[in-house]
Design a protein around this ligand. Structure first.
Ligand code: AMP
Ligand code: ZN
Length: 138
């Protein structure tokens, strides 16, 4: 937590272009935006990822992300927005302080963020069963 970039932004030790702040949440522009207005929504309390954060914090992040998404559509003429969270290095997480990426989208931006594949025979059934089984234990 001592070296956390986002904790330093929250405490005012590093600068950021803030777009929203309340007692629990801060939102600021991503320094390397996918599109202009790309915003990071972060809890002021340090949690590594969604797995560590409590449900109340995650629901607050989602509530604020929804408002910010509406503001982007009105203020930036965005035609839509993506909400994304990288949880873990394998998922592309680089800053280990949980954050929602909110990315304004335009039909003309031609971004293709996800590659897609198909399931092999029986694979979808097996995968769904494993997730259902583990979910029942959490
Ligand atoms: P992630 O890969 O989900 O961990 O994303 C981390 C994001 O933080 C990246 O999109 C970076 O561009 C962004 N970022 C890193 N340092 C800063 C900073 N000082 N201010 C704003 N955004 C930052
Ligand atoms: Zn932090």
């Amino acid at each position: 937590m001592g070296d956390c970039i986002f904790c330093k932004i929250i405490s005012g030790h590093l600068p950021a272009h803030k777009v929203y702040e309340d007692e629990k949440i801060l939102a600021f522009l991503d320094i390397n935006p996918v599109n202009p207005g790309h915003t990071l929504v972060v809890p002021k309390r340090h949690f590594e990822s969604m797995i560590d954060a409590d449900d109340g914090t995650l629901s607050e992040l989602t509530r604020i992300a929804k408002r910010l998404g509406g503001a982007m559509m009105k203020g930036l003429d965005a035609q839509g927005f993506n909400l994304g969270v990288n949880n873990g290095a394998a998922a592309g997480q680089v800053v280990f302080h949980v954050h929602y990426h909110l990315i304004p989208r335009m039909h003309s931006d031609n971004l293709q963020p996800w590659g897609k594949r198909t399931y092999g025979a029986g694979e979808a059934e097996r995968v769904a069963a494993v997730i259902r089984e583990k979910l029942a234990l959490l």
